[in-house]
Design a protein. Structure first.
Length: 178
C-alpha cells in the first residue's frame, strides 16, 4: 500500500474524465505493444513473474475497457427484446461480476460514507463508459500516437475532520481515565 495520500482530485466533468481515461488507456495499449514487440526479450528483462504480472495488469485493463460497453448493450437488448435472453450462464456471470465489483467497492479501505456506497452501487453504469474511452484511445493511438490529451489537475478540498466516536474523545488522542 502506498502510504502518502494522492492529492489529485478526480475529474467531475465527463469531458475531462474521458480525456484522462483515454490517455491512460492509450498509454496501457502503447506500453503493451512495445513490450510485445519482442516478448522473449521483455520476459528476460522483467523476469517471468514481472512479465506475467504485466500481462495480467495491462491485459485486464485493456480487455475490460473493450468488453464492458458491448456487454452492457447486449444485456440491455436481451432485457428489452422479447425472445432474446442471456441464458442462465450469461445471467449468472453478469450477476456475479457486478456483485463482485460492487462488493469490492464497498470493501475498499476507508470509512463507509454515503458517497462510497453510492459510488459502489452505480459502478455498473460507470464501467461501460470505459469502452468509450478505449475507442478514443485506439483511435488516438492509430491517428495521433504522439498526442497526449492534457487534463487539469487540482488538489481536492480538505476533508472534514472525523466526528468523534465517543463524545469528547478525538481519534488519535488517548482516552482520559477516571
Amino acid at each position: 500500500m502506498i502510504s502518502p495520500p494522492t492529492l489529485e482530485a478526480p475529474p467531475h466533468q465527463f469531458g475531462v474524465w474521458l480525456a484522462q481515461r483515454s490517455r491512460w488507456l492509450k498509454g496501457f495499449l502503447q506500453t503493451r505493444l512495445v513490450l510485445m514487440l519482442r516478448p522473449r526479450s521483455s520476459m528476460r528483462e522483467m523476469g517471468v513473474a514481472g512479465f506475467v504480472s504485466m500481462q495480467l495488469t495491462l491485459g485486464a485493463a485493456i480487455l475490460s475497457a473493450r468488453v464492458h460497453g458491448p456487454w452492457a448493450v447486449w444485456c440491455l437488448v436481451c432485457g428489452l427484446v422479447p425472445g432474446l435472453t442471456l441464458g442462465p450462464l450469461g445471467m449468472g456471470l453478469m450477476l456475479v461480476s457486478y456483485a463482485c465489483g460492487i462488493g469490492a467497492g464497498l470493501a475498499a479501505p476507508g470509512r463507509p460514507t454515503a458517497g462510497k456506497v453510492l459510488s459502489a452501487l452505480t459502478s455498473p453504469f460507470y464501467w461501460p463508459l470505459q469502452s468509450v474511452a478505449m475507442a478514443r484511445a485506439i483511435y488516438g493511438l492509430c491517428h495521433a500516437p504522439h498526442f497526449w490529451a492534457k487534463t487539469p489537475h487540482g488538489a481536492p478540498a480538505r476533508p472534514k475532520p472525523a466526528r468523534p466516536i465517543l463524545p469528547g474523545v478525538r481519534l488519535g488522542e488517548p482516552a482520559m481515565e477516571n
